[in-house]
Design a protein around this ligand. Structure first.
Ligand SMILES: O=C(CO)[C@H](O)[C@H](O)COP(=O)(O)O
Length: 287
């Protein structure tokens, strides 16, 4: 019987000793569950939809909530959605007990903030050197899953975290996919993190020994007068080598220069790459 009918019955029965009880309406308690990808409301831009689709799919298909404990969270605009997805798992009663015990390792200040803002536990790699799984973005991916990273100047810590992970998963929009080689779509050059006093020496060697077409000391632009200083207090050189036939050989030669902390060439590191398309579909590349 609906509520209105109880009132009607009560008024008809005035003077008669009937007791009409008001029904108790208890609102159904809604439990939070991790939203299904296919039911998500679209975001304001197609590129953001692509990034979110890639990141959410990568987390859903690779994170083992019940056995993973130490999770690497990278830097950039795509990984924002990785941290968001982890935060959704944390809120879901089915996974909360496990996700609340995760330790998340950052690749720089931005990712530290992403971890904290999503309610996850932040830990340092010095105490958690064995990472179960790490997620990060990329600037370019070649046909063999070799990567250029460091567009956001976080390459040293990104490489530390990704190479400390048992499984490294890359999330990107499809513009990051090279038709074949590195250096096709990403024309800014290979990011190289250098100790500040060595930047002129390294720049000269990249030009003279490795025939770089140009080497630029990355500047802070409007946000900072002078060069960018990384989270590790280093500089970034962007060295243009055109299309890179042999990224491993190039990485080894750059790495051998005194003053180079790390290169943005990530070699034989990624297990899978999730490319989000503008229509919300995702393509997965596996080695
Ligand atoms: O390497 C990086 C930062 O150093 C980023 O992962 C890379 O630049 C990709 O960023 P985005 O997801 O914003 O495209």
């Amino acid at each position: 019987m609906v509520h209105r009918e109880y009132h009607k019955l009560a008024s008809l029965c005035k003077g008669v000793r009937y007791t009409v009880r008001q029904p108790v309406f208890r609102p159904r308690r809604m439990c939070y569950s991790v939203p299904k990808i296919e039911e998500l409301a679209p975001l304001g831009s197609v590129i953001e939809n692509a990034k979110r689709a890639a990141a959410y799919r990568a987390v859903d298909e690779n994170l083992d909530v019940f056995s993973h404990k130490v999770i690497g969270v990278g830097s950039g605009s795509t990984v924002v959605y990785v941290a968001e997805r982890l935060g959704q798992y944390l809120k879901d009663a089915r996974f909360k007990d496990y996700v609340s015990k995760f330790t998340c390792i950052a690749t720089g200040f931005q990712s530290q903030q992403l971890i904290i803002d999503n309610g996850l536990n932040y830990g340092v790699i010095e105490q958690n050197p064995n990472i179960d799984i790490a997620f990060d973005g990329a600037d370019e991916v070649d046909h063999q899953l070799q990567l250029i990273k460091g567009g956001g100047a976080c390459l040293f810590q990104e490489k530390l975290v990704s190479t400390s992970a048992e499984k490294f998963i890359v999330v990107a929009d499809s513009s990051k996919r090279s038709p074949k080689l590195l250096g096709v779509n990403w024309r800014q050059g290979v990011p190289i993190e250098v100790a500040p006093p060595a930047y002129v020496k390294v720049k000269n060697e990249l030009l003279s020994q490795l025939n770089a077409a140009s080497v630029v000391l990355r500047q802070g632009g409007k946000a900072k007068a002078g060069p960018i200083v990384t989270d590790n207090n280093n500089f970034i050189l962007d060295a243009d080598f055109g299309q890179i036939e042999n990224p491993k050989e190039l990485h080894d030669k750059i790495k051998a220069m005194v003053g180079v902390v790390e290169t943005g060439l990530f070699i034989d590191n990624a297990a899978k790459v999730y490319f989000g398309n503008s229509d919300g579909t995702v393509e997965v590349m596996v080695k």
